[in-house]
Design a protein around this ligand. Structure first.
Ligand SMILES: CC(C)(COP(=O)(O)OP(=O)(O)OC[C@H]1O[C@@H](n2cnc3c(N)ncnc32)[C@H](O)[C@@H]1OP(=O)(O)O)[C@@H](O)C(=O)NCCC(=O)NCCS
Length: 141
């Protein structure tokens, strides 16, 4: 992901989820030096992911696939790429947080070998002024 991709990424993300990252979130991630990835198919943006590395741990901050490209294995491919890159740079553990209600993402992560290692109570804002728990998942890349 480069600066010039940000408008396209933010538009894709806004359609992908009700709790989308803004353009600024992605810009800040690039500026911070996080690993920011795009997946394209015939030039069209399919998905995006951002990973923060801290020593030998990596944190998957976001992954999303455009609505029109879902259920074709692209998130699984993107995760495989992130894991391969994590191995190359010496990451020992890859963590992520996911909304407890996000069944699609939880199913994806489980099929990709992530295991639940914790739960953060009321971690995320939810519609109607409510809060929602986060599951903390981990895998060895
Ligand atoms: C979660 C998300 C990234 C999955 O992307 P995707 O490209 O459709 O996922 P894949 O096609 O690679 O699916 C891989 C596996 O994940 C599981 N899965 C994916 N979407 C699912 C769904 N809607 N319901 C149940 N299982 C699902 C399945 O096990 C699937 O394998 P299968 O298709 O062989 O059954 C996508 O739904 C998305 O962008 N959601 C909004 C953003 C989001 O919630 N990101 C995660 C934040 S932690």
């Amino acid at each position: 992901m480069q600066e010039e991709d940000l408008d396209e990424v933010a538009a894709c993300e806004a359609r992908a989820t009700a709790f989308a990252w803004s353009r600024q979130h992605f810009a800040d991630s690039l500026a911070a030096g996080y690993a920011c990835w795009l997946m394209r198919r015939d030039g069209e943006l399919v998905g995006q992911a951002v990973v923060m590395n801290v020593l030998d741990e990596a944190h998957l901050l976001i992954i999303s696939v455009a609505l029109e490209w879902r259920r074709r294995g692209f998130a699984r491919q993107l995760l495989a790429h992130l894991r391969s890159h994590a191995r190359e740079v010496g990451v020992a553990q890859l963590f992520l947080e996911v909304r407890a209600s996000n069944e699609a993402a939880i199913a994806l992560y489980r099929t990709c070998g992530f295991e639940e290692v914790g739960r953060r109570k009321s971690y995320y804002p939810a519609p109607g002024g409510l809060r929602e728990d986060a599951l903390v998942l981990r895998c060895v890349p």
